[in-house]
Design a protein around this ligand. Structure first.
Ligand code: ATP
Ligand code: MG
Length: 577
């Protein structure tokens, strides 16, 4: 295979005014052949996005060289050719949307390549259909949801027919159906000969690549096949093993026939043996959820965006929900099901158009509602962190909401402890410019600013998206501690197993209404029958269903891997006895 990308000793630093330069890449050497499918993984701030931008010549190295098909990226005469060869879908896709409608935006790149109108039309149509946006072709691009914007960025890149596509966390904002679509898309393009560089924080996605590159602190920490990489200690690089591998390693004690080196869910599922022991009645999943008085209740809530215009869209319809005081409550549902709209009602950013809503005893329909006092008690962290960043410096940003709300404690101590809770070193980050943060660092800043005032109710819209695995664990550990101290925490998520497994209760949203509510076990025990088709149950639940199908007397409704392992341990012990 011909060499597509050759990097020799490349280094890169960002220069920011009045501060030390930030060295993002150090002496990188790398060779990528045409037709490879490579996953790039690594902790937040390790240099993944920077590497991508150097490859399509948006940035040039300060030392060393990068050649694309033999063309040096330092020579600006090569830039047009390089950018039509290497397409990149940015981590913040709104940065690459340039035109006012979906169709015009997709046509922008091919238009710049001087193609004939017929060819442009052909490419636009095929890119829109491949990205699932055909029906959206005349929609204004600024009105798209986060996931839809990501699809539009994908369409814009596909229309250029590049030789290599860099996906920078393209799956992070998507629901499971959307993620699968992007992965399928990447695989299809790969089969057609496109080189794929797939940047991700999801190890199960990385496991599907042919080669994995681990970035660590601006250097290449590891480079090899998924098997070679994940059989080593990836935790030292801020990563974790794919969940199927972790599960297989734990299950092997009870099922010795499981082969070594299982990486993907499909491999694991196909190796679960048929149960040969004596059948017994499955025990029930233990659940310790206490019922508490609700502190959020909504009845028949409705809300319509752009009311009275041709773009009117009803986001909430007759929605009823009750959230117990001190509970961790999860809102799950596909992109566009209304989760973010609902959360913004809970802190009064949006007011109901119909129905009743009470939060901590306050009537949210009351036009004279004291929003200052409400926001002191209810903190919100947005889905897209860049929408809530107002300040130049990280320290000021984290302190901002607390200052606005007249926080009475020692602000510096509170800012420091909030930053540490999300794994951001106060000394390192407090004077960093907010515009200069990586995607994950920006998410952590936004989370910290919602934590400073220790509100009674914390609203978290997709809080783990963009965080590396170790940060996800740290942040969830903090939320668990706050939960124990009595905070009510409401999460919206497209399915992070880490979140689902910790919830006291879950509500499933579909088309703006709650279609079912209950404990995680009760929601998932119906084997997905009460879940909309585009939501995936947690991994442990799917695996427990595979076991049940093979005759194992595993209880229904398992959502935690440890509960499943314990159940398998008990069953094999009984069968052996
Ligand atoms: N525009 C910028 N100006 C200054 N520093 C930057 C800029 N963009 C990134 N950095 C810094 O460079 C380093 C590498 O950032 P990069 O965005 O490449 O990381 P990443 O691996 O993509 O992280 P994430 O997983 O959070 O997306 C980080 O320390 C980051 O703060
Ligand atoms: Mg990045």
């Amino acid at each position: 295979m011909p060499e597509l990308i050759k990097i020799e000793n490349a280094s890169f630093s960002y220069h920011v005014p009045h501060a030390e330069p930030i060295q993002a890449l150090k002496n990188i050497r790398l060779s990528i052949q045409s037709g490879e499918f490579i996953a790039i993984i690594g902790a937040n701030g390790s240099g993944k996005s920077t590497l991508g931008k150097l490859l399509n010549a948006l940035l040039v190295p300060e030392s060393g060289t990068i050649q694309i098909n033999g063309m040096n990226t330092r020579d600006s005469g090569n830039h047009t050719a390089i950018r039509s060869m290497i397409g990149m879908i940015f981590q913040k896709p709104q940065d690459q949307i340039v035109a006012t409608t979906v169709e015009e935006d997709t046509a922008f790149g091919p238009g710049n390549m001087g193609l004939s109108p017929n060819e442009i039309r052909r490419r636009v149509n095929s890119a829109l259909s491949a990205s699932g946006l055909t029906d959206y072709h005349d929609r204004p691009s600024y009105l798209l949801s986060a996931g839809e914007t990501q699809r539009l960025a994908l369409a814009g890149v596909l229309a250029m027919l590049p030789q290599c596509i860099i996906f920078d966390e393209t799956t992070a904002m998507l629901d499971p159906a959307g993620r699968d679509m992007v992965m399928r898309q990447a695989k299809t393009l790969h089969e057609q000969g496109t080189t794929i560089l797939f940047i991700t924080h999801l190890m199960e996605e990385a496991a599907q690549a042919n080669r994995v590159i681990v970035m660590d602190n601006g250097k290449i920490g590891m480079d090899g096949s998924p098997n070679q990489i994940f059989s080593q200690n990836v935790e030292t690089h801020g990563l974790e093993k794919p969940i199927a591998m972790t599960a297989a390693d734990k299950l092997r004690a009870y099922i010795p026939s499981l082969p070594e080196q299982i990486l993907t869910n499909e491999e694991l599922f196909s190796h679960i043996p048929t149960f040969r022991g004596k059948q017994s009645v499955p025990q029930q999943v233990q659940e310790q959820t206490s019922s508490t008085a609700p502190n959020v209740t909504a009845q028949n809530l409705s809300y319509t965006y752009m009311h009275g215009t041709p773009l009117q869209h009803q986001a909430l319809k007759d929605l009823s929900i009750s959230i117990g005081s001190g509970h961790m409550h999860g809102l799950i549902g596909a992109t566009g099901s209304g989760k973010s709209t609902l959360l913004q009602h809970f802190n009064g950013l949006l007011r109901p158009h119909g129905g009743n809503l009470s939060v901590l005893g306050m009537d949210m329909n009351n036009p004279k509602l004291d929003t200052q006092s409400l926001r002191r008690q209810v903190g919100l962290s947005f889905q897209q962190p860049e929408f809530q960043i107002f300040n130049q410096y990280v320290g000021d940003e984290v302190a901002y909401a607390a200052r606005q709300l007249g926080y009475s404690g020692t602000l510096e101590a509170a800012v420091r402890s909030a930053m540490e809770a999300v794994g951001m070193d106060f000394g390192v980050y407090k004077d960093r410019l907010t515009y200069s943060l990586s995607g994950g660092e920006l998410r952590k800043t936004a989370l910290a600013s919602a934590l400073v005032t220790k509100p009674d109710i914390l609203l978290l819209d997709e809080p783990l998206a963009g965080l590396d695995p170790v940060s996800r664990r740290e942040v969830m550990g903090y939320f668990n501690r706050m939960h124990q101290e009595g905070m009510t925490i409401i999460f919206s998520t497209h399915q992070f197993d880490e979140i689902i497994s910790e919830m006291d209760a879950i509500s499933v949203l579909q088309s703006g209404t709650v279609i079912s509510s209950g404990t995680p076990a009760s929601i998932f025990s119906g084997m997905g029958t009460n879940l909309p088709g585009d939501l995936k149950p947690p991994f442990a639940n799917v695996l427990s269903i595979v076991f049940r199908e093979k005759g194992w007397p595993v209880p229904a409704g398992i959502v935690r891997l440890n509960d499943l392992i314990n159940s398998i341990a008990a069953i094999t012990k009984m069968a052996g006895a």
